[in-house]
Design a binder for this molecule. Structure first.
Ligand SMILES: [Zn+2]
Length: 369
């Protein structure tokens, strides 16, 4: 997505400087702890050494507007590849990480989004910040001003995908930010892809109470390169779960349950832990309910990237499991989207049988993560 910061009342011709913005949760398994934080950084996307390399806290503090073809001004060409921006952001993270890098057994960025933010300036003998109306950086040489490279404006329309169900033609409604939309008419689930809507497998665990909200989860069946983990029973032994190993666990596949929605890292880890330890039973019900189905905001690929962190988080004896992290690998052999019923109670969504409670404000916060 492309955004811009709007200058208050531009009296000069505005030039927009491109910055990559990276926002997402980063988890690192260090010593015997899982650290997490939400990273929100930006990095200049053009070779303009006389300008600040980052936007600081501006993207959080100021209102961002979506760039439309009508936006006035000139736009500087993007010259920095995404890869370089990522490297910068990794360095930023490491700089703020108090522990030594070698103590990191595993690190994962989960649910990150990358966007482009255009910051307004005007150019005279030097560059002026068009929001604060004051000069930034040193005076420019003529050659520097002449070498500025602008883009010819492409078609920057915001594209909306068709929301007619490909199977039955029904007009499907969904939350704007949801990666998956459900057709109530023919009970199907659809994911937007480059080639249009793609049907995906899903299941709905029917709630019995009133006031139900369905939260989406990715149930991921995993295979591991550790030869001694192939069933849930093996897993329970490996991570020393403080539970008696049930007989049917010995034949039950290992399923990780990962929230299909973005939320603060600590709640994300805890929800995954409780769901995975509970190993909910899933049936083949696909009757889309009338109750609200919460939008899917975390793609299954990102959920998959969290498996190693979840594995580390579930380990009771972290000293034993953490050294394995650089060598252990997990691959998804099956992924199913499961809507699980939660009951609204005051400001909480509660799942009594699994003993989970998620605050509505935390969910709301997750939607802008
Ligand atoms: Zn349909």
């Amino acid at each position: 997505m492309r955004y811009y910061l709007q200058p208050p009342n531009p009296s000069q011709e505005i030039v927009y400087i491109p910055y990559w913005r990276f926002k997402g949760a980063v988890f690192s398994c260090q010593n015997i702890k899982i650290n997490h934080k939400i990273l929100d950084t930006s990095f200049i996307a053009a070779n303009l050494p006389f300008l600040p390399s980052s936007l600081g806290i501006r993207p959080q503090a100021l209102k961002l507007k979506i760039v439309s073809p009508e936006a006035e001004g000139k736009f500087i060409r993007i010259q920095t590849p995404v890869k370089k921006a990522f490297e910068f952001m990794e360095k930023q993270y490491e700089k703020h990480n108090p522990l030594k890098q070698r103590a990191i057994m595993h690190k994962a960025f989960i649910g990150e989004t990358l966007s482009m933010i255009y910051a307004p300036v005007f150019i005279k003998e030097r560059v002026y910040d068009a929001i604060l109306n004051r000069p930034i950086g040193r005076p420019l040489k003529n050659a520097e001003i002449e070498s500025l490279s602008y883009i010819s404006r492409p078609d920057w329309q915001v594209k909306f995908i068709s929301t007619l169900c490909p199977d039955c033609g029904w007009d499907i409604e969904g939350e704007k930010d949801s990666l998956i939309i459900l057709c109530k008419h023919c009970n199907t689930a659809w994911k937007a892809s480059l080639t249009g809507l793609k049907k995906i497998d899903f299941s709905i665990i029917k709630g019995v109470e009133n006031n139900i909200v369905y939260l989406p989860f990715w149930r991921i069946m995993v295979d591991s390169n550790e030869h001694d983990i192939s069933t849930f029973g093996d897993f329970a032994r490996k991570v020393n779960l403080p539970m008696i190993i049930k007989k049917d666990w010995e034949t039950q596949p290992l399923y990780f349950w990962v929230p299909g929605f973005k939320i603060q890292p600590s709640i994300f880890l805890n929800t995954c832990k409780r769901m995975t330890l509970f190993q909910p039973k899933v049936d083949t019900n696909t009757t889309v309910p009338n109750a609200f189905a919460y939008p899917v905001t975390l793609p299954s690929t990102e959920a998959m990237e969290s498996i190693k962190v979840q594995f580390a988080n579930l380990a009771v004896v972290k000293k034993k499991i953490f050294p394995l992290l650089p060598f252990i690998n997990f691959a998804a052999s099956n992924i199913l989207l499961v809507y699980y019923p939660f009951t609204k109670k005051g400001s909480e969504l509660i799942q009594r049988s699994i003993n989970i409670s998620i605050n509505k404000n935390a969910l709301q916060f997750g939607r802008v993560l």
